[in-house]
Design a protein around this ligand. Sequence first.
Ligand code: ACO
Length: 302
Amino acid sequence: MLSEFLDTSDEWIVPRTGIKTRQIVTDERFEELAALAGQRAIDAAGLVPEDIDFIICSNVVNCYVTPSLASLVQGLLGIKGPNCPTMDINSACAGFVYGLDICDAFLQTGRANRILYICAEEVTRMVDWTQRETAVLFGDAAGAMVLGKGDNMLSCKLTSTPMPDVIYYRLPCEATPYETGTGIDTHMPMQLKGREVFRMAVSSAQRDIKDVVAKAGLQLEDIDHFLLHQANQRIIDAIKQNFDLPAERFHSNIEKRGNTSSASIPVLLDEIIREGKVKRGDLMVFDGFGAGFVTSAAVVRY
Ligand code: ACO
């Protein structure tokens, strides 16, 4: 389908990325996709929307700059408020663990009891569909969970290193009679230094995974499941090669979904739980990296 309008082919895409299919928002509204994931998480928890007392969304781009995606989702789920605050976070492809850590902080301090946490991304709206370098890499997705207070988060690490030119997407703001034009206020579809991202992704993941496992007082062999941000199968393979561990502990769905930014880890988590690969008490490592350059990792007991 892509080669009908782009100078590309499966022969180029599959060996370089591992991606065979991806899902893309067409006639549905993106916030409805996010709300659907949220409703399914509430159903799976045996709850009703009114039980939720905080909604947090991890999201990079949607058509609304304001209100937040979390606020739009609240309306779609029929949660009337006012006692259910809402907010979005944007930590790019590392967003899942950034948001998880924020949820954990609110839960541990008793500021919230049941948080609906949704990672929803429409990455396919950030790329120029005439640029084969980026258009073939991404998919749209939403993954959600309901979180309550517990002791499941064993360790967590967040990092940020300002490198704004490695991955960015820029939208113009409204003109004013006073703004004189710096040249930065122009539209720029997603720009990506693929090889640089590749190197930084592999080195940061190797560092962060070792750090969070040590911080949790564990050995790498103790970890049952590694769920890495699904950016490229070759990145996952390169990270995996650095650890002398059974290959099946490193899960992947990039072949089916493409890169779905912060939604990639929660969607993968849902899939491996449904496939019966995870049992209560299993130890998991989550690891993400993305535009910023930001990275995040955590050890969680399921
Ligand atoms: N189809 C056919 N040819 C293509 C395509 C395509 N879709 N895209 C690029 N090419 C061509 C290029 O034009 C170039 O041609 P040239 O040699 O004639 O100049 C050639 O293929 C090689 O291009 P490279 O960009 O050097 O290819 P590379 O092997 O580095 O792979 C990729 C590119 C897949 C982006 C890789 O660098 C990568 O995976 N990077 C990191 C992951 C990433 O960037 N993910 C995106 C999101 S960021 C994130 O999630 C954190």
